[in-house]
Ligand binder design. Sequence first.
Ligand SMILES: Cc1cc2nc3c(=O)[nH]c(=O)nc-3n(C[C@H](O)[C@H](O)[C@H](O)COP(=O)(O)OP(=O)(O)OC[C@H]3O[C@@H](n4cnc5c(N)ncnc54)[C@H](O)[C@@H]3O)c2cc1C
Length: 456
Amino acid sequence: MTEHIRYPTQDLPLLPSRSVVVCGGGPAGCSAAIAAARQGLNVLLVEGQGQLGGMGTSGLVSHWLGGRRKDGTWVVGGIFREVSMEAAEQGIALLPVVSPGQKYTPHGWYLGLIHGVPFDPFGMAAYLDRKMASEQVDVLLHTHVVDAVRVEGRITHVILYNKGGLQAVPAQAVIDATGDADVAARFGCPFDKGRDDDGAMTPVTLEVHVDGVDQEALASYIDANDSPRFRALIADLRERGEWPLPVDILISVQLTEPGTMMLNTTRLCGYDGTDGASVTRGMVEGRAEIEALVTCLRQHVPGFSAARIKTVASLLGVRETRRIRGEYRLTVADLMRENTFPDVVGVSCYGWDLPDPKKPSHQPMHGKAKPALTPIPYRIMVPLGVDNLVCPGRAVSVERDVMGPLRVMAPCMAMGEAAGIAAGQVARDELPFCQVDTDALRTELSRHGAILDGVP
Ligand SMILES: Cc1cc2nc3c(=O)[nH]c(=O)nc-3n(C[C@H](O)[C@H](O)[C@H](O)COP(=O)(O)OP(=O)(O)OC[C@H]3O[C@@H](n4cnc5c(N)ncnc54)[C@H](O)[C@@H]3O)c2cc1C
């Protein structure tokens, strides 16, 4: 967009003042809101969709990764472990374990996914409603954060839009958990977006859940062919002109109900999750790919002959947009050298995973050694150029490939929890986020059951 008009200033209704406004109700935002409320703060959580949970619910990526090891031990504790266990007790989530000698696990497309926490997306959204009510977090759904009022280096008000029109909320501290660093960008904080050389971003995916899958037939095929991602079958189908997608792998993850699977297989290249027209095209193309994919699976892929579309995501699966420039930038070299940091607030046990922007089946970091745990220094959440804003979740300050291990949802929850506790210091002591006492933060995180270094 090159041409502009000046939009007239107007008087906006003022909503009640808050100690903390959390922008975005995904994994990072929900956990930040709970943690901030537990600090005794008056919290408003603002979410653009009609439910909380972010990519896990509205995006149908109903499978938290990065917080449990394959043996079922936790590397992310605190709110992630708490909600996983509560949701499992309530029959909304599963905590899969692998039996000795088992090769294919029905809860993942290969054994490596046994550490995930699959859940029912509707059940999770309803659970999060109850959780926020019990934690005294006020929530506004179907409400978009559109701007931040700036006075010198601080945000004084967050500007919201919903069916009531534009409104302003005075805030002492603001947590930008939009995943896209929307608030930081509106404020004018520096950020990076996409690859350094061409700005290209990893492909987007529209998620679909199917039911009616014959798990036994699927597992037998995978076992017999040692092919959890169906590469050979897909290559054959492609040669015969029967495989309809650009991607060469089928990623299917069983959810809580046997026979119900999440298909993470559409891959659309050249999209931008911060551009409304591009997101619209992604939804339209994503739905077209899903129709073609499910038709093909029913005809050709073992286990899927009676599969039916159960539900399609209402939120496009965007893996990558803006990354803030923060007080620290975590690099690939940091991980390779196993550098340690005094302000670590948690870890991820997930690996490299950021598909090539132009070759959707290719992982540029595949095969590169990396320590099992990726640390999360607090400073990667603190954007430059603003005092009272913190940015947990997938938009943190990292070298692009470091998004792979950190963008999955359990570490995003760990970041959110740390951001929510840090907001306590910012709101109470009128500190900028960059001056938060990280020793005190780490002590408080531990007091709430967080695992700082991956060792429970
Ligand atoms: C296709 C795909 C597959 C994935 N697979 C997995 C997986 O299997 N397991 C896993 O753990 N992770 C997976 N991930 C990664 C993970 O889902 C995300 O990186 C993670 O959800 C990021 O968490 P977040 O809280 O930062 O952002 P999000 O989950 O994106 O949440 C951000 C929330 O903010 C809201 N929002 C955004 N902008 C605004 C605004 N301006 N105003 C108000 N609300 C706003 C959004 O509606 C959303 O609810 C996958 C991602 C994709 C795209």
